[in-house]
Design a protein around this ligand. Structure first.
Ligand code: ADP
Ligand code: ZN
Ligand code: ZN
Length: 691
């Protein structure tokens, strides 16, 4: 019998970042055998256990193998490798947010890459090549002449584009001051210098509007197909891969996207813009809990390219950096076209005559103000940050309330489809005809959500065209666009909505904005709640009077029981700086961020005791130098879907101390978890936003 001789070839060892499960304890790249030398950044498929995973060949030396290595299964050789800078960013982010680099890479690469074979990917690349230019060349865009403050800001940014970045730039501009025009000019300079530009926005909803504005401006300059692309999670998997590839190949010159776009491969990146940099949506809330804003700053620093953080109400972290001189502040203090900021009226709820049982959200003076605007043919916006009809149903006989059997929360009454819905676990039931506890037929809603407000407005102002925009009214694809269009087209008199409508939309016709029931956040246990409320109300106010051509002043109406509160007083004067100064003084005296650095360890189990036991032991695992571990406390909504949630705060005066602590602590937690079988999930959140 003839013996087969297998030539093992000149095999080499390569390090590959793959998504190994957390409990395996495999956090770094793994060693594999390869027949050929593979450049760092190459995409491969590699076996792990019984599965075959997408992997990235990782830079760095591997130790000589002690065991026989499994071989790389396939190489995506039609694709140029990811760059060294991209790998550096992933290494940094994985280390900083305490995840494995393989997990992070797998989470941020287009999902479709995981499904395709090298041959299929090669076919996609050929298809991309064949994309032909569309239609005739676009006309030269009309560029408005810059206002002096805008020109000053653009000059500072373009200086950095040319000379290399010195400091992150904080573009502090009131709503309507023309920040977007500054982004456009800055982008133009970077594009002209042959660089790619990345623009991040907080909301998917805002990408079409922004894309339209950038396309209009740059269609003539960038006529090639896929020169302007967007990256966000609402794209189809095929679109997302196509746009990602275009960026990676350098075909896309301008990339607009939500937080995940901060990880786009952009080999010629020359400018990053983070619009509405204060927005909490930049923080990922599961998996690798990264902050896209913070990573944008890191990435820009690493590449020595400018990063522009824009906001009318900067995060207090960024503001403090500007105060200390770490960031350079560029201020746009005036609205374009001289449109005045709306007058803020703090309406004192205590001034109302006491009238029990009467609805307090739609006060008579507010209705009168709305009526007046209506008679003048103006649009108004009423803002209430609570969706549904009423937050709870209540039985007056036995005090039953519509609690969720699975969560420590009420189920919200939705009148349109007559359901009780839990906004935490999704548990939904038909509204009972009678009290499920005592049979009383007279069960009544307490409190008010947007759905009820819409109904009451329509009743109180017959003939007014009232439209509600919130997560419920925009569930189906295209609904939000259609509703926004109706507002723009003047088919709506009164718009009712949650914070969804306050963000970014350039409503030209709205001249009156009312916030009802905003007080809750003043007394929240979350130290960031006032900052968020202030930003939200400033944004809401920014929706009014954007068009200076109308006559009469525009107005923001705030209904509050605490009209003397410093937050409202600062709001009334549009004085962000005053608000920031007050807040920062409080944060400083309480040693809260940005004057300290936090991480949160969360644990979930069937019982609170099991979650607490894990956290208690975790607290005792190691003594960090100048790191303080607080006792475990229940999450604000302690139980969701029959799971108890506990959390524990870790605080350090210096970021580096916290990081050093986490580097030792997290591996020890992995080992500890094995002894706590009752713990279902745990996670570390570095720089947590919601506490
Ligand atoms: P912001 O983003 O600061 O809220 P925008 O960039 O949306 O403000 O600008 C507000 C409006 O002013 C937009 O309609 C924009 O087209 C217009 N605009 C901006 N800059 C100028 C300018 N220099 N001249 C004329 N109009 C401008
Ligand atoms: Zn009852
Ligand atoms: Zn629930």
């Amino acid at each position: 019998m003839e013996r087969l001789v297998v030539d093992p070839g000149p095999g080499v060892v390569v390090r590959v970042a793959v998504d190994a499960p957390q409990h395996s304890g495999l956090t770094g790249p793994l060693d594999y055998a390869s027949e050929q030398v593979l450049a760092p950044g190459s995409l491969v498929r590699a076996p792990l256990g019984k599965r075959e995973l997408l992997g990235v060949v990782w830079p760095g030396e591997s130790a000589p193998p002690e065991v026989e290595l499994r071989a790389v299964a396939a190489v995506f050789d039609a694709l140029p490798p990811l760059g060294a800078a991209w790998c550096r960013m992933l290494d940094f982010a994985a280390g900083y947010y305490q995840r494995s680099v393989g997990e992070l890479a797998s989470a941020v690469l287009p999902p479709q890459l995981r499904e395709l074979s090298p041959e299929q990917l090669a076919a996609r690349l050929r298809k991309l090549e064949r994309k032909a230019a569309k239609g005739p060349a676009a006309a030269e865009p009309v560029r408005p002449e810059l206002a002096p403050e805008q020109a000053g800001a653009v000059a500072r940014i373009t200086a950095q584009v040319e000379a290399g970045a010195a400091k992150p730039l904080l573009l502090f501009g009131v709503t309507g001051s023309g920040k977007t025009e500054v982004y456009l000019r800055a982008a133009e300079a970077a594009l002209a210098a042959g660089r790619q530009v990345l623009v991040l926005v907080p909301e998917i909803n805002l990408t079409p509007q922004l894309e339209a504005r950038f396309t209009e401006r740059f269609a003539a300059l960038l006529p090639e197909p896929l020169a302007i692309v967007s990256l966000h999670s609402a794209l189809t998997p095929a679109q997302r891969l196509q746009n990602w590839l275009a960026a990676h190949l350098g075909r896309a010159r301008l990339v607009l996207g939500t937080r995940l776009a901060v990880f786009a491969s952009l080999p010629e990146l020359g400018l990053i813009v983070v619009d509405e940099e204060h927005d909490p949506s930049y923080k990922q809330q599961d998996g690798a809990r990264y902050s896209a804003r913070d990573l944008a700053v890191w990435r820009a620093h690493d590449l020595k390219v400018p990063v522009v953080l824009g906001s009318a109400t900067p995060s207090l972290e960024s503001w403090q950096h500007a105060e200390s001189g770490r960031y350079e502040r560029l201020t746009l203090a005036t609205r374009i076209g001289g449109g005045a900021l709306p007058r803020v009226r703090l309406f004192d709820m205590k001034s109302l005559p006491p009238s029990p049982g009467v609805t307090t959200a739609l006060t008579a003076p507010l209705l009168a103000a709305l009526k007046e605007r209506l008679d003048r043919g103006e649009q108004s916006l009423v803002f209430l940050n609570r969706r549904g009809y009423a937050p709870v149903l209540h039985c007056g006989e036995c005090q039953w309330k519509s609690d969720c059997p699975h969560c420590s929360a009420w189920r919200v009454f939705h009148k349109r489809d007559r359901t009780l819905r839990c906004h935490h676990c999704g548990f939904t039931e038909r509204v009972p005809r009678a009290c499920p506890n005592c049979g009383n037929h007279d069960i009544a809603p307490i409190g008010r959500g947007t759905e009820r407000l819409e109904e009451q407005l329509a009743e109180a102002l017959p003939g007014a065209r009232v439209l509600r925009i919130d997560a419920d009214s925009t569930r189906r694809k295209g609904e939000l666009e259609a509703q926004l269009q109706a507002v723009h087209d003047g088919e709506v008199d009164i718009l009712v909505g949650t914070q969804m409508v306050t963000k970014g939309h350039d409503f030209r016709r709205i001249r009156f904005v009312a916030a009802v029931n905003p007080d809750g956040a003043l007394f929240s246990s979350d130290f960031r709640a006032p900052e968020r409320l202030f930003a939200l109300l400033m944004q809401a106010a920014g929706r009014a009077g954007r068009d200076a051509s109308g006559d009469g002043v525009s107005e923001m109406w705030v209904q509050t029981w605490h009209r003397d509160h410093a937050l409202y007083q600062a709001l009334a004067r549009h004085d962000y700086e005053r608000f920031a100064r007050d807040q920062l003084a409080e944060r400083r005296s309480a040693s809260l961020p940005p004057f300290s650095h936090l991480a949160l360890l969360r644990a979930e189990a069937r019982t609170a005791e099991a979650a607490k036991a894990f956290l208690d032991e975790a607290a005792g695992l190691l003594q960090g130098e100048q790191v303080f571990v607080y006792p475990p406390v229940p999450h604000a909504v302690a139980r969701v879907a029959d799971v108890e949630r506990m959390q524990m705060l870790v605080e350090a005066g210096q970021r580096s101390r916290l990081q050093a602590f986490l580097r030792e602590w997290v591996p020890a937690l992995l080992a500890l978890k094995r002894q706590h079988k009752a713990v279902l999930r745990w996670a570390v959140d570095v720089d947590p936003l919601a506490i």
